[in-house]
Design a protein around this ligand. Structure first.
Ligand SMILES: [Zn+2]
Length: 331
């Protein structure tokens, strides 16, 4: 089944059948009732479309960037260009190829667009701030983020009439050396862990995930009062050095799990156990890792910190040398 959101299905049925939105919604509700709630709203809308002879196949899927996933076909996306890379030429066996890429963003996120063959020539015309509409595009994964790909059958419109993008939500991280990284920037850095500190564990209220503080007779949440079974969370601090400078890195729960490649349970079980903590620390000490995050000031200690958003220990040194001055998307 096509992965179309409900509103989009209704829009297509409305356009092709001439029925009103209320009428379509009623038909969908009836269908759900008829099937004793065994079908989702989207599923029921598909059945209604079928019964009306409205085809949902081959409908270009107009998507917001946050809805783009791996393996999509025939998608349509509008975005504002935030970065354009030079075209590269390459040879595979007898064949010569060209590839170009750019980043585009809308109010829901940013994504890389890779253009193959003659499509790659577009990078010569594109500039930052252009609004582009891509059609008949497909998606692939790269560095664990989806990318839009354009081949010679795809369409790229530069600054088409009637298309505007006001707000761009940026989840774009620029690859930087630490010596060049400035406060407030979203950066990706590649460095070696030269120091790792004792972790700090703390309790959370399972209802609101806010801090639960210990009092004489248990843990208390400001909103929910006494917490019977608090969740445990943790924060790790380390020092990363990339040869140009070093920085203190703050890793919260998810990023700590990415760093150690371990689940919550295992990290929690090390709490208060000196030996287990040492074992955890020595597993990553001296390791080269890649961290995407935001550079923030810590006024208390008058220093900058990198608050990690994504940690990756799978490093391919050859790939990495190419990535300096590039950018990545973190979802
Ligand atoms: Zn609470």
């Amino acid at each position: 089944m096509l992965n179309l959101p409900y509103d989009k299905i209704v829009e297509i049925i409305k356009a092709k059948s001439g029925l009103s939105e209320d009428d379509i919604n009623d038909r969908v509700k009836d269908k759900i009732k008829q099937l004793s709630d065994l079908v989702s709203r989207e599923g029921a809308a598909h059945i209604v479309a079928n019964q009306l002879g409205v085809s949902l196949m081959n409908i270009a899927k107009k998507l917001k960037i946050c809805d783009i996933r791996e393996g999509m076909r025939n998608i349509e996306v509008v975005g504002k260009v935030s970065k354009v890379f030079d075209m590269r030429e390459f040879t595979v066996g007898e064949r010569e190829g060209k590839v170009g890429s750019m980043f585009i963003g809308d109010e829901t996120g940013s994504i890389r667009v890779t253009m193959w063959g003659e499509m790659a020539e577009n990078v010569k015309k594109l500039k930052e701030g252009d609004v582009v509409k891509v059609k008949e595009a497909y998606t692939k994964m790269n560095n664990s983020s989806p990318e839009i790909h354009l081949n010679e059958k795809s369409i790229l419109l530069i600054n088409p009439e009637g298309e505007t993008i006001s707000d761009v939500k940026t989840n774009l991280y620029s690859r930087k050396y630490l010596a060049e990284a400035k406060e407030g920037e979203k950066v990706e850095v590649l460095g070696t862990i030269v120091q790792i500190f004792e972790p700090r564990y703390f309790e959370l209220c399972p209802d609101c995930m806010k801090r639960a503080r210990q009092k004489e007779d248990g843990f208390f949440c400001e909103i929910h009062g006494k917490v019977e079974a608090p969740r445990v969370s943790y924060v790790f601090n380390l020092v990363l050095d990339d040869g140009t400078d070093n920085i203190r890195v703050v890793l919260y729960k998810q990023q700590a799990e990415e760093l150690f490649g371990k689940a919550e349970q295992e990290i929690v079980s090390a709490r208060g156990d000196g030996q287990k903590i040492e074992a955890l620390k020595s597993e990553v000490f001296g390791k080269t890792i890649k961290i995407a995050g935001r550079i923030q000031a810590n006024p208390l200690f008058e220093r900058q910190e990198l608050v990690a958003q994504k940690v990756s220990g799978e490093i391919n040194p050859e790939e990495e040398t190419k990535r300096v001055e590039e950018a990545i998307v973190v979802n």
